[in-house]
Design a protein. Structure first.
Length: 543
């Protein structure tokens, strides 16, 4: 009788223990988890339910508490919050996948060869469109001229966007279609001339003359492009990307694809500046779903350094007749920022040159006045005068930078800026000190999509070949902990998404990435070779 009673008690205890175990969808164990929380703590297990992290901690405890539908033993692999790219062109990446890829071409002749190959694959194209040329990578670093394009493609218009997106190389056929002559003028842009005639290069606003003529993709094309871009991004560990300047129609398309389950990746969409777009979204107001955030406008103060459209306080060292130019007048930039200040939208302004940064920091400061939670951003913050850094901290302005810009531009940046002014360029550590925060993106497809290239550039200040050996302007290198936060929790904060994700913590969306090596400890020389093993968005494995 006593034996039966003891068995009953043991059975009851077992039932009680089972009844207290909690249900979950996924249990991840045997991992080195960098949570990126405020304590930068690590763990070896976590539990996911309904697309969110339910618990994070030691595997011994979690396995006792939870019954999961599926489990994953990661064999000690490192796990991080899903990577962010807070400044990119997601739709632009999809569009580029449909164009001639000119990135990395080492000469103008190689550009021509790639275009011929592209035309053979697209014989019915009415325009030849490409992107990615960079004359700074060629032996002759002067802007290319139209003659080689004319010889190879005399009867079809050609339009080739420079790698930075701020200059367009076209042939004579395109110039004729656009009715562009030596007398063509456009505020905030330039038709580059030689011997009084257009050479075929259009800078910044002048590009719009041709772009208005290029056939535009329809809605179905754009949907396909977005899905193609998503495949690239998730394969590289990105779970949240951005669209730095798109239209309301494009934003609504992304939202519809999310709702239909045809697009998984999360998107932070900046609305392209323009009066119709302002009217539309200022009336509608910001909105946020679990996959899409729309609460910012993308402004352009100036152009790019590589095409000498960046607006500098003093002339270019290698072209003293110009100091670049603003794309909008100071009065218009002030009008727009005042409108945004009266709303709940962020102002995210593209600023490359020290004059553009100086202007926008002061315009922001006039409105923000002191520290605040508006989270207004300077996109790129590429060349900043020494007497302007403090303004980021005073007005809580977030520097949204792209580390690979530093290692792409380092070969010629001093030629543009001179040895003194270049010290205020790509100054990530100095910028981070102002708010104890910075965000790291890539500006893809201007730069490579892979966020680990940016991580490497930030901490080692070296290119893909680990050059220079001692690093470029190492006084502004960033430690690895900060670099990881800049592409996870701090980036989420800059997007007004820090309550949703950006760290591995209970209640946050279960976005995470599994790598084949630990980027917090691996040698610098191995960082760019790191591979993504798994990418998860909302508890769903997407790669």
């Amino acid at each position: 009788m006593i034996r039966i009673l003891l068995l009953l008690l043991a059975f009851t205890a077992t039932l009680s223990a089972c009844s207290t175990r909690k249900k979950a969808d996924l249990l991840v164990t045997n991992a080195r988890i960098y949570t990126a929380d405020s304590a930068f703590s690590t763990a070896d297990a976590f539990v996911v339910k309904d697309g969110k992290f339910l618990a994070v901690g030691p595997a011994s405890s979690l396995t006792d508490q939870y019954d999961a539908d599926s489990t994953a033993d990661l064999g000690g692999a490192p796990v991080y919050p899903g990577f962010y790219d807070p400044h990119a062109h997601f739709l632009g990446l999809g569009q580029m996948l449909d164009q001639a890829d000119l990135v990395g071409a080492e000469s103008y002749d190689e550009v021509i060869d790639r275009l011929k190959t592209f035309q053979q694959k697209h014989p019915d194209a009415t325009w030849i469109i490409g992107r990615g040329w960079d004359q700074n990578d060629w032996a002759d670093k002067a802007f290319p001229t139209k003659e080689k394009l004319d010889a190879a493609f005399p009867n079809i218009p050609v339009a080739l966007t420079r790698v930075d997106g701020h200059a367009l190389l076209v042939n004579s056929k395109a110039l004729r279609l656009g009715q562009i002559t030596a007398g063509t003028r456009m505020a905030g842009g330039e038709v580059v001339l030689k011997n009084g005639e257009p050479i075929g290069v259009l800078v910044d606003n002048a590009m719009q003359i041709i772009r208005r003529l290029v056939p535009r993709p329809d809605v179905a094309d754009k949907a396909r492009m977005l899905q193609a871009a998503e495949k690239v991004c998730v394969s590289l560990g990105l779970t949240t990307v951005s669209d730095a300047g798109i239209s309301p129609d494009e934003i609504n398309l992304i939202d519809s694809l999310h709702k239909a389950g045809k697009l998984k990746i999360r998107d932070y969409a900046m609305v392209s500046l323009g009066e119709p777009n302002l009217n539309y979204f200022l009336k509608r107001g910001p909105f946020q779903t679990d996959r899409l955030t729309v609460r910012s406008f993308k402004l352009y103060a100036d152009g790019a350094l590589g095409s000498r459209g960046a607006c500098l306080r003093k002339p270019y060292a290698d072209r003293p007749e110009t100091g670049g130019f603003l794309l909008l007048s100071p009065a218009e930039l002030e009008r727009v920022t005042r409108l945004l200040y009266a709303s709940n939208f962020q102002a995210n302004t593209h600023c490359i040159g020290d004059s553009a940064n100086h202007l926008m920091l002061d315009l922001y400061g006039k409105l923000l006045k002191t520290t605040n939670n508006r989270r207004w951003r300077i996109e790129h913050a590429q060349v900043v005068s020494p007497d302007d850094f403090w303004k980021f901290g005073r007005y809580s302005i977030i520097p949204s930078v792209q580390p690979t810009h530093a290692t792409s531009d380092m070969y010629w940046a001093q030629d543009r800026l001179g040895p003194v002014r270049v010290k205020g360029a790509y100054a990530f550590k100095d910028l981070m000190k102002q708010n104890q925060m910075i965000t790291f993106g890539s500006d893809f497809p201007v730069e490579a999509v892979n966020p680990l290239f940016g991580f490497h550039s930030a901490v080692a200040r070296q290119d893909a070949k680990n050059f220079p050996k001692a690093g470029y302007q190492m006084e502004n290198a960033v430690d690895r902990r900060s670099a990881l936060l800049a592409m996870t929790r701090w980036a989420a904060y800059a997007n007004f998404e820090d309550q949703l994700r950006g760290s591995i913590a209970p209640g946050k969306q279960a976005d995470f990435v599994v790598l084949d090596r630990d980027i917090m400890t691996a040698p610098n020389t191995q960082l760019r070779d790191t591979k993504v093993r798994q990418t998860w968005i909302g508890g769903e494995r997407v790669y």
